[in-house]
Design a protein around this ligand. Structure first.
Ligand code: RP5
Length: 163
């Protein structure tokens, strides 16, 4: 198992599903658990230990509102933790963004942007970290970037046709 994805609530799943698709696309082995820093604190800590025992190298933590899941995970592992602030509540994710990004010094969480783009970037960042020691994955990432660039060039041609 390479990556453990923790979400604070089942309601977060829809937001992070794009990131899950990326992990699948790149063939990264992962597991997903719903676990909450405040509703199931013991379970969260137990899961971190279990994931480490299974060889998980990177944790992804997605939560909304006072999003302390990333910070709690980071407090219990020295492996990289990527945080995704989930929006959709009263403050549209600004609360979760600040909670995730403003970790006091000493225990970092690599905070992505709010919501669906953040979830996709979290998965891509995880792939990039794993690529450091996996040439096949690095090649896949290179191809992914090339495809993205080709799409932008195609868009440019499409728009020009409309002018
Ligand atoms: C957070 O509170 C979760 O990560 C979720 O984003 C938010 C709302 O949770 P639910 O009330 O939908 O379970 O803990």
């Amino acid at each position: 198992m390479n990556v453990a994805v923790f979400i604070g609530s089942e309601s977060d799943f829809e937001v992070i599903s794009g990131g899950i698709e990326i992990l699948k696309e790149f063939g990264v082995s992962f597991t997903l658990e719903v676990t909450s820093a405040h509703r199931t604190p013991e379970r969260t800590i137990k899961l971190i230990q279990e994931m480490e025992d299974q060889g998980v190298e990177i944790f992804i933590a997605a939560a909304g509102m006072a999003a302390h899941l990333g910070g709690v995970v980071a407090a219990h592992t020295t492996r990289p933790v990527i945080g995704i602030p989930v929006g959709g509540q009263t403050l549209n994710g600004l609360d979760a963004l600040l909670s995730t990004v403003q970790m006091p010094k000493g225990v970092p969480v690599a905070c992505m942007g709010i919501g669906k783009s953040g979830a996709i970037n979290a998965a891509l960042l995880a792939v990039q970290i794993l690529s450091l020691k996996d040439d096949k994955l690095a090649k896949k990432m290179h191809n992914y970037r090339e495809k993205q660039a080709a799409l932008i060039e195609k868009s440019s041609e499409n728009i020009k046709k409309k002018l």
